[in-house]
Design a protein around this ligand. Structure first.
Ligand code: ASP
Ligand code: MG
Length: 438
């Protein structure tokens, strides 16, 4: 079986829902479909929750009413028969009354998670009803029945596999199975989610659980591009990426795929294909285990980076110095992205500066500390195995007119990263595209 995941814009209007339905029925084989909430809905649900945290039920009700009107008008456009209009209207009415029920009581993150989960519950129900109206044998599987995280908040993969396999067995023989992305239950059985943008993760977890033939992530762009199309002109879709190349790109800023999504597919060895709902025939990007020898594939950039340098007060990097430095970051739950060391000091980059002041204070006990803010990591991805020659030079040469704060190479076979000023990002990305891909 294949898994097909459609994001918010792909189900963002009745029109889009209709074309998605056409797409998923055209393959002819049984598929598992994972849907996000209609675009904008999760943001609205978060907005509702924020009003309720601030004890402002009027504000929350206003957003609920606006959202309800929008959904009710979608019903008119999506269905052609009174039977399914009525059915869906009454489902949505219950949904919105459920949302209203939260405006009365105490509000905690537990309630917020229940609210935020409704976006996917609504989109999946609407599409299933539409498919049924079209005479398609579609079955809705509630993600809350099989998608679960453990006590550390990580997906409980053996539970997911066992539950989902049993569920699919119970309703076998259907043409299409539809479920919600993003939402799950936690180890205590409470409604939870896999973090914003987590529907890709759901698709990958499901693919791994059922040992799918392929996991397809459908968006509104024709695959992963070789550079950021919002910044650089003339970017092109990359046809193939190794799992690790895709993971680096997703982590370092490519918006098309959620960074967590690659892992389950990679471990299960299931290819992930990125496809475009607007252009279903286009090739897209395939992510698998194949390394294309000697090829630089793409460039991505991640903003809001802070660089921290500590110069040891003693001349030599004594044993245990790095451990002490890293422990400080760990104690503030701040992940380090890039590291560069020399005999006298170490430079690190972080993307979360919540505890910057405390971290700097503690680091000062061990040496002189310098901080550079508004930096950006530019990551070049491809076959960068150390035994290849010439590729590091090519990337560095492209940045010859740009001040580079740090370089990281050799941490993986697939990446070389540069830390530069955010204000130099556009020039850097353009020059890398001109040098590497022309
Ligand atoms: N609807 C969720 C969000 O907006 C999950 C997703 O779209 O992947 O974050
Ligand atoms: Mg997404």
């Amino acid at each position: 079986m294949k898994v097909m995941k459609f994001g918010g814009t792909s189900v963002g209007s009745p029109e889009r829902m209709k074309s998605v339905s056409k797409l998923i029925t055209s393959s002819g084989e049984p598929v598992v479909i994972v849907l996000s909430a209609m675009s904008g809905t999760t943001n609205s649900l978060v907005e509702i929750s924020n009003y309720l945290y601030r004890k402002n039920p009027e504000g929350a009700n206003e957003v609920i009413n606006r959202l309800e009107q929008k959904y009710m008008s979608h019903v008119e456009d999506l269905y052609s028969t009174e039977k399914w209009k009525k059915e869906t209207r009454s489902f949505l009415r219950e949904e919105f009354n459920y949302l209203r029920s939260f405006t009365k009581d105490l509000f905690t993150s537990f309630e917020e998670k229940s609210i935020v989960a409704q976006g996917e519950i609504m989109s999946t129900n609407m599409v299933v009803n539409y498919l049924k109206e079209c005479g398609v044998d579609a079955e809705l599987l509630s993600a809350l029945d099989f998608m679960r995280t453990d006590k550390n908040g990580e997906p409980d993969t053996s539970y997911i596999k066992e539950k989902l396999t049993a569920l699919l067995e119970e309703v076998k023989g259907k043409q299409i199975y539809i479920t919600q992305g993003f939402i799950c239950r936690n180890a205590y059985g409470e409604i939870d989610n896999l973090q914003r943008g987590g529907s890709d993760y759901t698709a990958s977890l499901i693919g791994a659980a059922i040992n799918a033939e392929e996991i397809q992530i459908w968006t509104d762009i024709d695959g992963m591009h070789n550079n950021d199309p919002r910044i650089v002109d003339g970017t092109e879709a990359v046809r193939q990426l190794h799992f690790e190349e895709a993971a680096e790109l997703a982590y370092f800023g490519a918006k098309i795929l959620h960074p967590t999504c690659i892992q389950p597919a990679k471990y299960a060895g299931i290819p992930v294909r990125l496809l475009n709902t607007m252009e279903p025939e286009a090739q897209g990007t395939i992510i698998d285990n194949v390394t294309l020898r000697g090829k630089i594939k793409a460039v991505a950039a991640k903003d809001n980076i802070t660089a921290i340098k500590i110069k040891s007060s003693r001349m030599l990097l004594a044993t245990g110095f790095l451990r002490k430095v890293f422990e400080i970051f760990e104690s503030y739950q701040t992940a380090i992205d890039m590291v560069a060391t020399s005999e006298v000091g170490v430079s690190m980059s972080i993307d979360n500066d919540t505890h910057l002041a405390e971290i700097v204070d503690e680091l000062k006990k061990y040496g002189t500390v310098t901080v550079d803010t508004d930096m950006c990591i530019v990551c070049v991805v491809g076959d960068l195995d150390w035994s290849n020659v010439g590729f590091e030079t090519l990337a560095t040469d492209a940045l010859k007119n740009i001040p580079v704060r740090m370089i990281s190479y050799g941490g993986s076979n697939y990446n070389i990263s540069f830390l530069i000023r955010e204000s130099d990002k556009k020039a850097a990305l353009q020059s890398l595209s001109d040098t590497l891909f022309k």
